[in-house]
Design a protein around this ligand. Structure first.
Ligand SMILES: C[S@@+](CC[C@H](N)C(=O)[O-])C[C@H]1O[C@@H](n2cnc3c(N)ncnc32)[C@H](O)[C@@H]1O
Length: 287
């Protein structure tokens, strides 16, 4: 496995995923009852963006850097900026991954479990989370581990599935299988599955399978910063949200276009034509 999230930390796709993750967690925490936060592909939790010339730094400037520059006071966007600053300080050298962002939000009645398969990344994750006793790390295959930990005693869970997509077809299919397996164990589980958008046409058959299989309310939230009909690069970021909290779609309709506009500004500044945008659709309607 060659994928290292360090090269991409803080890019536009991370920002899309992490704003959504924090919004999901806070919406679920409107209820007092505790929950399990389960992450199948956790990474190291904290990333050094390196020097000004590094690829990591360039991707992050076009992601979290652009969001910082907007000084948005929209609650969901401001929440990621505040959580990043709490975790990393106000400098732009570090970026917090999903396990650290989520760990900061866990209440005494919540707990978290983060799986990472690569031993060095997992050890780094353990160091990152050492001050968060409610968050446990598991150096294991997150998709296999799911069945051992679900359903949780809390009977409430938020599961983030964020594979590396080194083999896109395989990870897309595994993600879909994981959604079925999770729902079979906990029908009310809230699930966020991230997927990359290069050429949207390549995703179409998979999205048809998602729709055919959907047995719980499912939202598709996409954000792109380049045209989605070219296979050249990562053009957009997609999230399937299963069992999203009540009125989550209404809030997202307000902040997702604002986020796309903020992140699309980076493509414009880089000389690319501005083709940023976003979409939000129910695959299976809820509420
Ligand atoms: C996209 S990164 C995760 C980023 C992280 N979720 C975040 O947003 O900060 C994917 C990670 O999954 C790890 N990984 C790959 N296959 C895995 C598996 N089967 N189980 C657990 N982790 C896996 C990779 O080593 C990599 O660190």
């Amino acid at each position: 496995m060659k994928y290292r999230h360090s090269f991409h930390a803080g890019n536009f796709a991370d920002v899309h995923k992490h704003v959504t993750l924090l919004a999901l967690l806070s919406a679920l925490q409107r209820k007092d009852k505790g929950l399990l936060y389960f992450e199948t592909h956790a990474g190291r939790g904290l990333y050094d963006l390196g020097g000004a010339d590094s690829q990591a730094s360039a991707e992050a400037r076009a992601g979290i850097g652009m969001l910082r520059a907007t000084h948005s006071d929209t609650a969901e966007l401001a929440a990621l900026l505040a959580a990043s600053e709490r975790a990393c300080g106000s400098g732009a050298q570090l970026y917090a991954g999903s396990p650290l962002l989520a760990a900061q939000l866990l209440r005494p009645q919540d707990r978290g479990l983060c799986c990472e398969i690569l031993p060095p990344e997992c050890r780094a994750l353990e160091r990152t989370l050492r001050d968060y006793p409610r968050m446990r790390c598991l150096c294991a295959d997150g998709l296999t581990a799911l069945s051992a930990y679900l359903p949780p005693v809390e009977r409430r869970a938020l599961v983030l599935i964020d594979p590396p997509y080194e083999d896109p077809a395989l990870d897309l299919q595994r993600g879909l299988d994981a959604i079925s397996a999770i729902l079979a164990r906990l029908a009310n589980a809230v699930i966020a599955l991230w997927y990359p958008i290069k050429d949207a046409r390549d995703l179409a058959p998979w999205l048809l399978r998602v729709a055919a299989q959907a047995s719980a309310p499912t939202l598709k939230a996409q954000l792109w910063v380049h045209p989605t009909d070219s296979r050249v690069a990562l053009n957009g970021s997609g999230l399937l949200l299963v069992n999203p909290p009540y009125e989550f779609d209404t809030r997202m309709q307000a902040w997702l276009p604002e986020l796309a506009a903020a992140l699309g500004g980076a493509a414009a500044a880089g000389g690319a034509s501005v083709q940023a945008g976003s979409s939000l659709d129910w695959i299976l309607h809820g509420h």
